[in-house]
Design a protein around this ligand. Structure first.
Ligand SMILES: Cc1cc2nc3c(=O)[nH]c(=O)nc-3n(C[C@H](O)[C@H](O)[C@H](O)COP(=O)(O)OP(=O)(O)OC[C@H]3O[C@@H](n4cnc5c(N)ncnc54)[C@H](O)[C@@H]3O)c2cc1C
Length: 410
């Protein structure tokens, strides 16, 4: 593993930091900086425009498609500086990190010209229409159908857990286009406009009052014939590209939000007089040690990516990363609750520094759940979305360790 970044990468780091200092709201880097809910709403609207003007949305994309053509190393440094500054780097998560890169790999020239500019400007919002009520881990068993009628696909069925479905302009949807083909073969990946009479979106309300994911019902919904990505009945291969992006994100930056939470827990443990409790100390140290493992493994991954090495170690790291951090974070959130005891239920539970974590944005303003409790609730979902821990273990067992395949249900 190489712990030193090349000199050009360090120069680029200085450039990014200077841009962030010039463009983030005044006081952003000060200890205890906070925005009101109104200020944050305004920031959320203005920031994608600034990112676009700076060229930082999808900056690793090739220049002919509007990116800056950054190298892998520059892309990593960019992500690190944004994470260090706690500045959002995305216009729209699903557009920037999932469907955009999938289109770069599989899309026709016309599809790239039509959809990539809206992603780069942070103007088009996307959602991922994969899971169905009876098709989650076994995604290829999905039943939503698309039938070609002249120049349009006519779509019927239901999706579920569709994050941001109520805000999305477009859905990248998996549908069955050949009911007679073997289940992995008859699927197509279609880009479907969300704002049309044939689509009904219902939010699913969660314990912290947010309804960020939805049920989506398709009743003779329409999509243009040419919106199939990667060819009709080839959707399974295209989907695996998207899922790879979903599981492989943020190798060298992901640890930072956990480090923030660790700091908040230390403050709370001191304030509440439990810092000397041996069991709490041990769990705090376990969390700290795992954050360091995550950080170092991220650097190992970066080194092998830059060196284009496909050694077993890097393959295993890639495959285990998501289950490692999601399981670590669940234990950590249980620890946060134990540090606070019954006070964890109070709306202002936790020191101010909790407000700096992602949990603040996630929670519904005015709803009686503290940011910390909201972070706890969300951590329960982290071993599920993007492939459950059990499925990740199957992948490691079968594809990395070469163990016998899981028996098919009788
Ligand atoms: C916060 C969140 C956001 C999400 N956002 C989206 C989204 O935007 N779009 C979208 O399409 N989906 C989304 N999902 C859905 C997510 O992809 C599915 O929940 C996930 O794939 C699991 O599917 P399932 O819920 O149907 O559970 P199931 O597949 O029914 O699994 C139930 C349990 O059985 C276990 N299991 C299943 N099969 C096996 C096996 N072969 N071996 C061992 N154990 C197994 C699972 O690990 C799990 O513990 C989201 C989920 C969450 C929690």
């Amino acid at each position: 593993m190489d712990l030193l970044y090349p000199a050009e990468a360090e120069e680029f780091r200085v450039e990014i930091r200077a841009w962030l200092e010039a463009n983030l709201p005044a006081g952003w880097f000060d200890e205890g900086f906070e925005m009101t809910d109104t200020e944050r709403s305004a920031f959320n609207v203005e920031w994608p425009q600034k990112l676009f003007e700076g060229g930082w949305i999808c900056a690793t994309w090739p220049t002919e498609y509007g990116g800056k053509g950054l190298t892998t190393m520059q892309g990593v440094v960019l992500a690190e500086e944004f994470a260090k500054a706690r500045a959002p780097m995305r216009g729209d998560f699903f557009g920037d990190t999932l469907v955009g890169p999938t289109l770069l790999q599989w899309g026709t020239e016309e599809q790239k010209q039509e959809f990539l500019p809206g992603i780069l400007k942070g103007q088009t919002r996307w959602c991922q229409g994969f899971s169905e009520p009876n098709s989650g881990s076994d995604l290829a068993s999905l039943k939503t159908t698309a039938v070609l009628d002249g120049d349009e696909w006519v779509i019927n069925g239901q999706k579920v857990w569709t994050t941001q479905g109520h805000h999305a302009d477009y859905c990248f949807l998996l549908t069955r286009t050949d009911p007679d083909a073997p289940k992995h073969a008859g699927i197509s990946y279609i880009l479907v406009p969300m704002r049309q009479p044939g689509i009904e979106v219902r939010g699913i309300v969660q314990p912290d009052g947010t309804a960020e994911f939805c049920e989506v019902f398709f009743t003779n919904a329409k999509a243009p014939k040419d919106n199939v990505v990667g060819g009709v009945n080839n959707g399974w291969k295209v989907t695996n590209t998207t899922l790879g992006f979903e599981r492989g994100q943020s190798a060298t930056t992901g640890w930072r939000r956990f480090a923030e939470e660790y700091k908040a827990m230390l403050v709370a443990a001191r304030e509440r007089g439990v810092i000397d409790d041996p069991a709490i100390r041990q769990r705090l140290m376990q969390f700290y040690a795992k954050i360091q493992i995550l950080r170092i493994n991220g650097l190992r991954n970066l080194t092998s990516t830059v060196n284009n090495s496909k050694d077993m170690g890097s393959v295993i790291l890639g495959a285990t990363n998501k289950m490692f951090w999601s399981e670590m974070h669940q234990r950590a959130m249980e620890l946060a609750l134990d540090i606070h005891g019954a006070d964890a239920l109070l709306i202002d539970a936790g020191p101010e520094s909790w407000a700096a974590t992602a949990a603040r944005e996630r929670r519904r303003p005015g709803y009686p759940t503290s940011p910390m409790m909201s972070a706890f609730f969300f951590s329960r979902s982290e071993t599920i979305w993007g492939g459950t821990s059990q499925i990740q273990r199957n992948i490691v067992g079968e594809r990395v360790l070469g163990l016998p395949k899981e028996p098919k249900p009788g």
